[in-house]
Design a protein around this ligand. Structure first.
Ligand SMILES: [Mg+2]
Length: 313
C-alpha cells in the first residue's frame, strides 16, 4: 500500500490537532458547537494545527524505528521529548499524563525502559495506546503472534505496564496491521476479535480482565449507541470509542470529527481514531487544508518517508 505510513502518522497528528483546542469539553457543549475543523487557542492556548503529546510520542517511536527496534532508545527518545522538547510542535511540551510523567522520571534517574512503567490498575490511562501505532508498520509482516505481543507489551510498558493497557495496545496494533494489509473493515475487525480471544485463552490471561474487553471482543462495538461510548482518558474507553468512530463512519474527516466531538479527552480519541482511519482511507482522503495547516508538516512528512524507506528494505 502506497503512503500507508504517511496516512497513519498524519492521521494521528491531525486527529490530535483537531482535539487539542477542545480537550476537556463536555459532549453536550460540543453538541451545541461541534468541531468541524481546526480551532485555535482555547483549552491549551495553542495556535491552529498544533498537536500534543500523543503525536510527539508517536513521532518519537516512529523516528527510533527508522533506525531499527531498540527499546532503550525508544525510552531515551521519550526522555528527550520530556526534557528538551524533542518532536514537539513548537519546541516545548505543554501536555503530559501522570503515568507517563512518573515513568519518564524513572528513565531520567537511569532506570531501564523494561522497568520504568507504572503497573497498577489505576495506571490505565490511554497514554500508551495513543502512541503505539508505529509498531503496526514496523511489525506488519511479523507472523509470530507471541513475538508481536511481547513487543507491544514492552513498548506499552515503558510507561503503561498494566495488562489492560498492554492488551488494548495489542488489539489496536493487530487491527491496524489488518488494515495495512488492505483488509476490509469488518473483515479486519472479525479477525482481531478471533485472534485476540484465542491468544488470551492460550496464554491463560485473567478472565476478569478479558471480560472488560467484552464490548470490543465478544460483541460488535459498532452497534452500541453513542450514550454507551465515552471519550474519557481511560484506555478501555479510548479503544472502544476509536473503533466505534472508525466503524460507524465512511471517511477520514467524519471519523476524526466524530471522535473529537465525543468530548473529554478529545485530542487522544482523535489521535487513536485518526491513525486507523488514515491507514484505511489513505492519505488522499485527508482534507488538504488540514494537512496544509498542520504544524511541522514537512518534518513529519520526511520522517514518514524515512520509515517507509526503512520498511521497504
Ligand atoms: Mg494530548
Amino acid at each position: 500500500m502506497k503512503n500507508v505510513v504517511k496516512a497513519g502518522i498524519f492521521g494521528v497528528c491531525i486527529g490530535d490537532a483537531l482535539g487539542v483546542p477542545v480537550e476537556f469539553k463536555k459532549r453536550e457543549d460540543l453538541k451545541t458547537y461541534p468541531v468541524t475543523g481546526y480551532l485555535e487557542y482555547m483549552s491549551w492556548n495553542q495556535p491552529k494545527g498544533t498537536w500534543s503529546d500523543d503525536s510527539s510520542l508517536t513521532l518519537c517511536l516512529a523516528d527510533e524505528l527508522t533506525k531499527g527496534y531498540d527499546l532503550e532508545k525508544i525510552g531515551q527518545s521519550f526522555v528527550k521529548w520530556n526534557k528538551y522538547g524533542h518532536w514537539t510542535a513548537h519546541g516545548r511540551l505543554f501536555d503530559i499524563g501522570g503515568t507517563t510523567r512518573h515513568s519518564i522520571a524513572r528513565l531520567i534517574k537511569g532506570e531501564s525502559a523494561r522497568f520504568s512503567g507504572n503497573i497498577f490498575e489505576e495506571d490505565n490511562g490511554n497514554g500508551s495506546l495513543m502512541r503505539i501505532l508505529p509498531l503496526a508498520f514496523y511489525f506488519k509482516d511479523e507472523e509470530n503472534i507471541e513475538k508481536l505481543y511481547q513487543i507491544v507489551k514492552e513498548v506499552s510498558s515503558i510507561t503503561h505496564g498494566h495488562f489492560r493497557s498492554v492488551f488494548a495496545c495489542f488489539i489496536y496494533v493487530i487491527f491496524a496491521i489488518e488494515l495495512i494489509k488492505g483488509k476490509d473493515k469488518k473483515e479486519a475487525y472479525n479477525h482481531v476479535q478471533k485472534t485476540a480471544l484465542k491468544y488470551a485463552e492460550i496464554q491463560g490471561f485473567n478472565p476478569n480482565e478479558i471480560q472488560l474487553f467484552e464490548k470490543v471482543l465478544r460483541n460488535d462495538i459498532s452497534r452500541y449507541s453513542e450514550d454507551e461510548i465515552r471519550g474519557s482518558g481511560y484506555v478501555l474507553h479510548s479503544l472502544e470509542a476509536s473503533l466505534w468512530c472508525f466503524l460507524n463512519t465512511e471517511n477520514y474527516s467524519e471519523a476524526v470529527l466524530k471522535a473529537v466531538n465525543l468530548g473529554e479527552d478529545t485530542d487522544t480519541t482523535g489521535a487513536i481514531t485518526g491513525g486507523i482511519a488514515g491507514i484505511y482511507y489513505g492519505f488522499e482522503n485527508i482534507p488538504d487544508e488540514w494537512i496544509a495547516e498542520l504544524v511541522r508538516k514537512e518534518d513529519i512528512e520526511l520522517l514518514c518517508e524515512k520509515l517507509e524507506n526503512k520498511l521497504m528494505k
